[in-house]
Design a protein around this ligand. Structure first.
Ligand SMILES: Nc1ncnc2c1ncn2[C@@H]1O[C@H](COP(=O)(O)OP(=O)(O)OP(=O)(O)O)[C@@H](O)[C@H]1O
Length: 322
């Protein structure tokens, strides 16, 4: 008999209303976050993103429906089981939440100290983690002596200390400048791949979703309005809220008749890619490079096929004829 592996997160008919509030913060939320994915949760202010995070981390329970994390419902766990589950969910925060009176090393050893790991062992482990986030030389510095990006790297190392299977980054790059933010997203992506984690990135920034996620859930006014593969959702948004989030970044470019603007994420803008685009009659209107590729706005003639799929096909054919 085969047992299917549960998704990393499963929400089934979830509703949550805070006491004293008329409208629910979340209502009728049903979706699953695939194991090993990098899933973005996006929505405007007040959409319910933080409430979703509180449910995933077990800080709140739903009023109706259920939330399963790695197949487990918090309500069915013993207190010890709950603590174990919580320690396997690594949290990365917007404002880093580092202890000012502890060094970088001391901040990373803290979760291990709380678990009763001996001093030598926890320091060895913390040094390894700091090396993985590129901070081995700064282990003795205090948070006040670190830049925002370095503080967030310490926050990430700390989140990894208890060997989580789920990493929850809540607006982890919102307080950082674009370049530092790209470095942190790159690091999170690498860690997710290397450690086979499930990464959940909560953000109000569409560019974060585009740069770093495989899947995206769009929340609005407490409801889930769209969920799917990032590439698909951004290429063909089904809901007006998603379209509005996309349009907020739309360049004001003059278009020829019969042309439309299309946003695509490309691995690169190499001469080969530009030749393929020219063959389709597509023009690059705006392009922003980031560590994981290039976000481009293209002016394309009506009826142009899905461009990333077309590029893959052309590359495949070129390979077949090489
Ligand atoms: N502790 C609370 N008590 C009462 N109402 C709350 C509480 N936390 C959130 N809310 C309400 O629940 C709704 C969803 O809030 P939530 O913080 O989850 O949204 P969000 O998408 O994270 O917003 P933001 O991007 O501004 O952080 C809002 O209407 C908010 O006012």
């Amino acid at each position: 008999m085969t047992r299917s592996i549960p998704p990393a997160l499963h929400f089934e008919g979830v509703r949550k209303t805070y006491s004293g509030q008329g409208a629910p913060a979340l209502r009728d939320i049903t979706f699953s976050v695939p194991r090993g994915s990098r899933t973005g949760i996006i929505g405007r202010s007040g959409a319910g993103k933080s409430t979703l995070v509180r449910l995933i981390s077990g800080l709140e329970q739903p009023d109706a429906g259920c939330v399963q994390v790695q197949g487990q419902d918090f309500r069915a766990l013993t207190p010890a089981g709950r603590r174990e589950r919580q320690s396997r969910t690594g949290l990365v925060f917007q404002h880093f939440n580092l202890l000012a009176q502890r060094t970088a090393l001391g901040n990373v050893t803290l979760p291990l100290e709380l678990r009763g790991v001996g001093r030598a062992q926890r320091e060895e482990r913390a040094r390894e983690l700091l090396a993985q986030v590129g901070l081995e030389a700064l282990a003795g510095r205090y948070p006040a002596q670190l830049s925002g990006g370095q503080k967030q790297r310490v926050g990430i190392a700390r989140a990894l200390a208890t060997e989580p299977d789920l990493l929850l980054a809540d607006e982890a790059t919102s307080a950082l400048d674009p370049e530092t933010s790209a470095g942190i997203l790159n690091l999170l992506t690498e860690l997710q791949r290397d450690r086979d984690l499930t990464l959940v990135i909560v953000t109000h920034q569409l560019e974060v979703v585009r740069a770093a996620t495989t899947h995206v859930a769009v929340l609005d006014a407490g409801g889930l309005v769209e969920f799917g593969e990032t590439r698909e959702v951004l290429a063909r948004p089904q809901h007006e809220v998603t379209r509005a989030l996309l349009d907020a970044h739309r360049p004001a470019a003059p278009l020829a008749s019969g042309e439309t603007l299309r946003r695509v994420n490309l691995p690169e803008l190499s001469p080969r890619v530009l030749t393929v685009l020219a063959g389709l009659g597509a023009r690059v209107v705006q392009a922003d490079a980031h560590p994981l590729g290039v976000d481009a706005w293209l002016a394309v003639p009506e009826g142009t096929p899905d461009i990333p799929t077309h590029l893959e096909r052309v590359a495949h054919l070129a390979g077949a004829h090489a």
